[in-house]
Design a protein around this ligand. Sequence first.
Ligand code: IDP
Ligand code: MG
Length: 174
Amino acid sequence: MQNKEKTQYTLIILKPDALVKSLTGNILTRLSEARLRIIAAKIVKVSREIAEKHYAHLKEKPFFNDLYEYFSGKTYGPDYERVLVMVYEGDDAITKVRKIAGATNPLEADPITIRGAYGRINKKGIMENVIHCSDSDESAENEVKMWFKPDDIIENIYPTKVETIRDYKIRTWA
Ligand code: IDP
Ligand code: MG
């Protein structure tokens, strides 16, 4: 039987080293080879709380603190304490983006992949590999819901509910 492509969603993060090295344009161009669609995007300052959720599988590792310093951009100073977070949609989006991104360890990644071309291992031994991309449908759903509210995404990709919250305060333009 022929393998059918299926629509997938994937959470992509351009990590602080991508921004420090002015690689945003290069990386978006590389990703465009996959012919996917961007359905959400924003710049975020990474809190310890969201880093611990996003990298829950690494939270107990001895290098987690150094990983947080890198992922939050603290390694590079206040001007770079930010990441670009996006959701891409398309046929086999997860597999295609993981392939273009390359292996986790930039020294082992194929040199023509994003991580192979632009990654490095820093002085503390952290793999600075410029891009995060979801590795399964399950983690994509988990990560998209962690980083975005339903209204930040231009399509309805996961079920939502409407809640009435009394005295809920929001900040608006003055
Ligand atoms: P992935 O980013 O390819 O999905 P994960 O195992 O989920 O790989 O790890 C998340 C991130 O943590 C990696 O992209 C890398 O920046 C960092 N990392 C993972 N394992 C190590 C390690 O053993 N040493 C240093 N950094 C690591
Ligand atoms: Mg991962």
